[in-house]
Each structure stands twice: as C-alpha cells, then as structure tokens.
Ligand binder design. Structure first.
Ligand code: CP
Length: 309
C-alpha cells in the first residue's frame, strides 16, 4: 500500500491498520532524515499549511510546525486568542479566509469535539485534527504506538494500561483505537468516576487497582487530570488521587518486572507521576516527543500526496 485510505486525519477511528503501518514506514524514513546534519527535504515546496490553534499547546504546535518546515512547506500560524475570532468571526469564515490565501492543508486544535469533522465537510482543504476537545488526538496516538514499536519491537500482543482521567482524555480514546487496531491488549485504570461507562464496549478491560494493572502490563501510559474539562470534583482530593493512581519509583521497584512508562505531556509532576519516574531510564517520554516530529512529517507528506493527485 502506498497511499492512505483517507483524505483527512480526523481520528484514528477512521483509519485502517494498513494506514498505520504506512505512516510508521514513512516515519522511519523521516526519522532518519531528521537525524542527518541537514534535517530537511524539499518534498513539499509547493504546499502551504495553516496551523490554527483555538486551545493552548506546546508539543503538538511546535512539532507540527517543525515537521512542516522539515518538509519545506510554507507555514502560517494562527492563534485564536490574537485573532478576529475575538470579534465574533465564525470557524468556517475564519478558515475560508485563510484558505483564500491559497492554503492546501489545515492543522487544527479546537476545544469542541468534532470540530475537525465539521470543518472537513465545509471547506476544500485537507484537515488534520491536532486535538478536538475530549474526542480524539490522532497524531498523539500514532506517535505513542510508534514509540512502543521502537522500544519493544512491535505493538501487536503488547499489554498496555492507560492510567488516569480516561473520561476527559482525547489521548486515551485515540490510543485505545490505535492499540486495538494493531492487536495490543488494553486496560484502563483510574477512579470509577473518571472511566466512561461505555469504555468496555471499546474492547478494553477496566482495572481500578493500579498495582495490579502495572503488574499486568508491558507499558503504562500515564495521563494527567484534565482540569480544564472538569466542571465538578471527580475524586476527594489531589493527594488521595496521587496515593491511589500516581506512579512513583517505590511502586515501580516493587513490581515483578520492568515496565515502560509513557506520558503524552504536559506532566503534572508529583500528581500522576513523580519526577524520579518521569526522568528515569524506564520513561520514554522525551522519545515520544522526538518521534512526534517524524510521525507528523509522515502524516503531512502522505496527505499532501493525495492533494497533488
Ligand atoms: N501532548 C500534547 O498534546 O501536548 P500539548 O497540549 O502541549 O500540545
């Protein structure tokens, strides 16, 4: 297979397993490129990409911009906070104005679930979802699986536990779709109040005891509490949450094996993960960030080749 089955990347839900393998094979090539002394290829000199962010971001925004520049695309950046959205302009008007400047692709982060799907129906450009509310964050899940593949050789048959605020996490949902598509076994772990009632229908098991979950898994993906999406209290206090669902070196050292620790960032050090774990040899958190550039180069390159057809 040499092309993606989709025109946009709106969610992992819309991908096939062969799409993921194609993205990984393409990312392998770009990872080699970004480790050369000249980290750039001329592939997308004829493509213009707009990064439009209606929500804060550090990793995703910088990673997309770097990926686009490494591919030699022209790049424009838009932050809603400094734009005419503040004067009442709609999403579609905003994007159509950007597109009239001859933009080919839009990378969008938005607080509303489904914003990218809505946009893809109304504008004539390739859309990449860089995180839409509590719905999906597909490039994060791709770089997470790619990092597991790099560390453990494969994703199929690996045991992965996703720990924390599953209810409000787009990273959790996209990871569940991606991991299941590749044949991994997946559990979610957290307080019952932060686990969606439907989660088992996605083919994952629930484990509320963190020690049991960690003793079972090969990989633990630690998520932060999405405080910006919490309208009520879901657990008594942060201290109690940390006692039950935070990972620390004492807990890791007491397990019957060495597991891989992941985190999509931003980390709340001392809440879901202690600094000694985040910065330890078991953690691949910064590898995830590094792999994010190669994965985003692969996604952009593959979607751009569909625009050019
Ligand atoms: N992982 C992630 O999406 O981080 P940012 O919010 O900083 O982009």
């Amino acid at each position: 297979m040499s092309e993606l089955s989709v025109k946009h990347l709106l969610g992992i839900k819309y991908l096939q397993e062969k799409d993921i393998q194609l993205i990984f094979e393409t990312a392998d090539h770009f990872k080699e490129v970004i480790n050369r002394s000249i980290k750039k290829v001329p592939s997308l000199r004829d493509i213009t990409i707009a990064n439009i962010f209606f929500e804060n971001s550090t990793r995703t925004k910088l990673s997309f911009e770097l990926a686009e520049k490494r591919l030699s695309a022209d790049v424009i950046n838009f932050s809603a906070g400094q734009s005419s959205v503040k004067k009442g302009e709609t999403l579609i008007d905003t994007v159509n104005n950007i597109l009239s400047m001859k933009v080919d692709m839009v990378v969008m982060r938005h607080p509303n679930p489904g914003a990218g799907i809505f946009l893809a129906k109304h504008v004539n450009a390739s859309i990449i979802n860089a995180g839409d509310g509590a719905h999906e964050h597909p490039t994060q899940a791709l770089l997470d699986s790619y990092s597991i593949r790099e560390k453990l050789g494969d994703v199929a048959n690996k045991k992965v536990v996703i720990v924390g605020d599953i209810l409000h996490s787009r990273v959790a949902l996209s990871n569940i779709f991606a991991l299941k598509l590749q044949g991994a076994e997946v559990k979610v772990c957290g307080p019952r109040t932060l686990l969606p009632k439907y989660v088992e229908s996605l083919g994952v098991e629930v484990e509320t005891d963190l020690r049991k979950a960690l003793n079972w898994c090969d990989v633990a993906n630690m998520l932060r509490i999405q405080n910006e999406r919490l309208d009520i209290s879901y657990f008594p206090t942060t201290r109690e949450y940390t006692q039950q669902y935070g990972v620390n070196s004492r807990l890791l050292d007491s397990l019957n094996k060495k597991i891989v620790i992941m985190h999509p960032g931003p980390i709340n050090r001392g809440v879901e993960i202690t600094s000694d774990v985040a910065d330890s040899g078991q953690s691949i958190i910064l590898d995830q960030v590094e792999n994010g550039v190669a994965i985003r180069m692969a996604v952009i390159y593959l979607l751009a080749s569909k625009i050019k057809q």
